[in-house]
Design a protein around this ligand. Structure first.
Ligand SMILES: Nc1ncnc2c1ncn2[C@@H]1O[C@H](COP(=O)(O)OP(=O)(O)OP(=O)(O)O)[C@@H](O)[C@H]1O
Length: 255
C-alpha cells in the first residue's frame, strides 16, 4: 500500500461536482504534483486531505490509517501538514514563535504543568526552542530567527510557512502553490529548497501553476480538469499528452 492512497473521492458544492471520483497515490519519498487549470479542484483536494472538507464518497488512507472522520488536528498529528495558497503566518510574531506554534501539536505536558510552570514544562519548552532554532537553520532562516514574520521577504515567508508545517512533526507536506507570486529567481530557489526537503526524507504533494517548478521537480503528476482526472504520468508523459496540452499547458510556456 502506498504512503498516501486516495480512492475515488468526490465532493459536491450545491449543484457543482467539484471533485469527481478522483484517485491518486503518493509513495514515500516522492514529489507528486497535482496540476490543472484555475478552478479544477486542486485546493479542494487539499481541503479534503487535511480534514477541512469531508468527501461525500471515497476513501483516504495515510500511512496505513483510514482518515475517515479524522479532524484536521488528528490528521496533522498523524504526520500530514499543509501550507496555504495565500501565506498564513502570525505576522506580528517573531520567526521562531511561528515555528514554535507548529511544535505545540506535539506537546507532552499537561495543562497543570503549563499553569504551574513545572520542571516538565520548562524542560519541554527548552527542547522545543532548541528544535525550532535547529529547524530554522536547516531551512536557511537562522539569521531571521528574531525578526517579525511581517518583515521577511516573500520567499522567506514561504519557507517559514513550510518550516512551521515541518515543526508539527509531519513527514508528508502538502504545499499549495508555493511559487505563487515569486519571480523566476525566487521560484528557482524554492525548487532547490523543495528538492532539499525530499533529500531529507520528506514526501511532498504539490499544487503548482509554475510549470518549470512542476516539470523539473515532480516524480509523478496528476492532472485535474473540472474535478476529474484527465491524465497522470511522469513529467515527460504529461508534456506529450494532447489532452493536457489542450486543457492546460497551452496557457503557459514550459522550458
Ligand atoms: N466551499 C466552497 N463552496 C462552493 N464552491 C466551492 C467551495 N470550495 C471550492 N468551490 C468550487 O470548487 C471548484 C474547485 O475550486 P478549487 O479552489 O479547488 O480549484 P483550484 O484548482 O484550486 O483553483 P486555483 O488554481 O484557481 O486555485 C471551483 O469551481 C470553486 O468555485
Amino acid at each position: 500500500m502506498a504512503y498516501l492512497e486516495v480512492n475515488k473521492i468526490s465532493i459536491r458544492f450545491g449543484g457543482l461536482t467539484a471533485i469527481d471520483k478522483f484517485d491518486f497515490k503518493v509513495e514515500k519519498g516522492q514529489i507528486v504534483s497535482i496540476i490543472g487549470p484555475n478552478g479544477a479542484g486542486k485546493t479542494t483536494v487539499f481541503n479534503i486531505l487535511s480534514g477541512i472538507y469531508r468527501a461525500a464518497e471515497g476513501e483516504i488512507t495515510f500511512d496505513g490509517r483510514n482518515l475517515k472522520d479524522k479532524s484536521p488536528q488528528e490528521i496533522v498529528s498523524l504526520g500530514m501538514a499543509r501550507t496555504f495558497q495565500n501565506i498564513r503566518l502570525f505576522y506580528d510574531m517573531r520567526v521562531i514563535e511561528n515555528v514554535l506554534i507548529g511544535t505545540h501539536i506535539r506537546t507532552g505536558y499537561r495543562f497543570l504543568d503549563g499553569l504551574f510552570r513545572t520542571k516538565r514544562f520548562h524542560l519541554e519548552e527548552g527542547e522545543k526552542i532548541r528544535y525550532a532554532a535547529d529547524l530554522l537553520k536547516t531551512v536557511g532562516l537562522e539569521k531571521r530567527i528574531h525578526d517579525y514574520a511581517d518583515n521577511l521577504p516573500y520567499g522567506e515567508q514561504r519557507k517559514l510557512e513550510i518550516a512551521r508545517a515541518i515543526a508539527t512533526g509531519a513527514r508528508l507536506l502538502l504545499l499549495d502553490e508555493p511559487a505563487a507570486g515569486m519571480n523566476p529567481q525566487e521560484s528557482e530557489e524554492l525548487r532547490q529548497f523543495i528538492l532539499q526537503l525530499k533529500n531529507q526524507g520528506y514526501t511532498i504533494l504539490l499544487i503548482e501553476h509554475d510549470m518549470n517548478v512542476v516539470m523539473n521537480l515532480s516524480d509523478y503528476i496528476y492532472v485535474l480538469d473540472y474535478g476529474k482526472k484527465i491524465a497522470e504520468g511522469k513529467p515527460q508523459e504529461i508534456l506529450e499528452n494532447q489532452q493536457v496540452v489542450a486543457a492546460y499547458l497551452g496557457e503557459g510556456e514550459v522550458e
